[in-house]
Design a protein around this ligand. Structure first.
Ligand code: SD4
Length: 337
């Protein structure tokens, strides 16, 4: 693993210290790391300007972004920011795709999926978790307090309770009423941009230029009991490589999982694609291989320079970017118009 303090950006290297000799492959790996102090001159650290801290999330999420931005504004880690950010929709009963108030599975259980990944490549995840309002914080506890990456179902719940999380009923009256209505036909047909709307994937870059990400959802409405989507799967719903960038996904998880979607986006950026190109290519991979009519998948990405990209199969996907005290919701470009 490259020690970030020992290297500087490719562009800075070219512009500031042309006489230094580094192997090309090493330079490819260092991506946009911010500083250099060479082995030849260990005291000469050159600082380069990184991107301003930013938060970007799937769908329309100004409140979540504000909570994350507040952490970054006080100099906090991107990891803290994304956790604080996605806890907002987790606790919001009006958001029916995430946490409390989420639509249940076909048996009436609200089952939650979440994962988190930090700048060191550490990751934590919970799947098929019931009764806990903040699955993202349980995922973080899995990452930081266990030797594992993922805990599921009853085991995840026992772990959460042992960590002091409270057991709660997450099925709101509104979600229960809709579910009972659905039971009359019990026709399982996810509707693009409607039933899936609002699963939150969030990426942040902090003042040190470090990247972290989080993803949390109640999954597809009226899914089979036990179904787990892409959102808690490292590499599918979320992936971060601090030397390259981060990506997250929303939409029909089955399609995202089959393509290791977020990992694919980050790997495409590693090969030189911009975040926009990487998101488009990952979506095309799905379109070219799988049945996608009426099905939505959206990708969102940032790279180490702070550039972002978003792309979806169907129109209707949007994302929220907060940077330099501004928050903007933008419609993503899509394959189908
Ligand atoms: C899933 N990808 O469980 C999630 C759903 C989603 O916006 O993204 N909703 O398949």
């Amino acid at each position: 693993m490259v020690n970030r303090r020992r290297f500087l950006t490719l562009s800075s290297l070219a512009g500031l210290v042309p006489s230094l000799s580094f192997s090309h492959s090493k330079l490819m790996h260092i991506g946009a790391s911010k500083t250099l102090s060479t082995a030849d001159s260990p005291n000469s650290t050159i600082h380069t300007a990184g991107p301003s801290p930013l938060v970007i999330s799937t769908w329309k999420q100004p409140k979540a972004n504000a909570a994350a931005q507040a952490v970054l504004d006080r100099g906090g880690r991107a990891l803290e920011a994304v956790e604080a950010g996605v806890r907002v929709p987790e606790a919001d009963p009006e958001d029916m795709s995430v946490g409390y108030g989420g639509r249940p599975d076909r048996d009436g259980h609200v089952t939650l999926d979440a994962c988190i990944m930090d700048e060191k490549g550490n990751a934590g995840s919970v799947t098929f978790l019931e009764h806990i309002m903040h699955p993202i914080s349980v995922a973080r506890a899995v990452m930081e307090k266990t030797p594992h990456v993922m805990l599921s179902g009853e085991g995840a719940l026992s772990f959460a309770l042992a960590q002091g999380f409270k057991k709660e009923n997450l099925l709101t009256k509104k979600a229960e009423k809709e579910w009972r209505e659905w039971l009359k036909t019990a026709n399982y047909k996810p509707i693009a941009n409607i039933e899936r709307h609002d699963t939150i994937g969030m990426l942040a870059i902090d003042s040190k230029g470090d990247i972290s990400g989080a993803c949390t959802t109640s999954g597809l409405a009226y899914k089979m009991h036990g179904r787990v989507g892409d959102s808690p799967i490292i590499g599918a719903g979320l992936f971060v490589d601090n030397e390259i960038g981060g990506a997250c996904a929303t939409g029909l998880g089955e399609l995202v999982m089959r393509t290791c979607g977020s990992f694919l986006v980050v790997e495409l950026m590693r090969q030189g694609r911009t975040p926009q190109q990487a998101c488009e290519e990952a979506a095309l991979r799905i379109v070219n291989k799988q049945e996608f009519k009426d099905i939505q998948v959206g990708f969102l990405a940032v790279n180490k320079k702070g550039e972002h990209g978003a792309f979806s199969i169907q129109p209707g996907f949007n994302f929220t970017l907060s940077q330099d005290k501004e928050t903007k919701v933008t419609d993503a470009k899509s394959y189908l118009k």
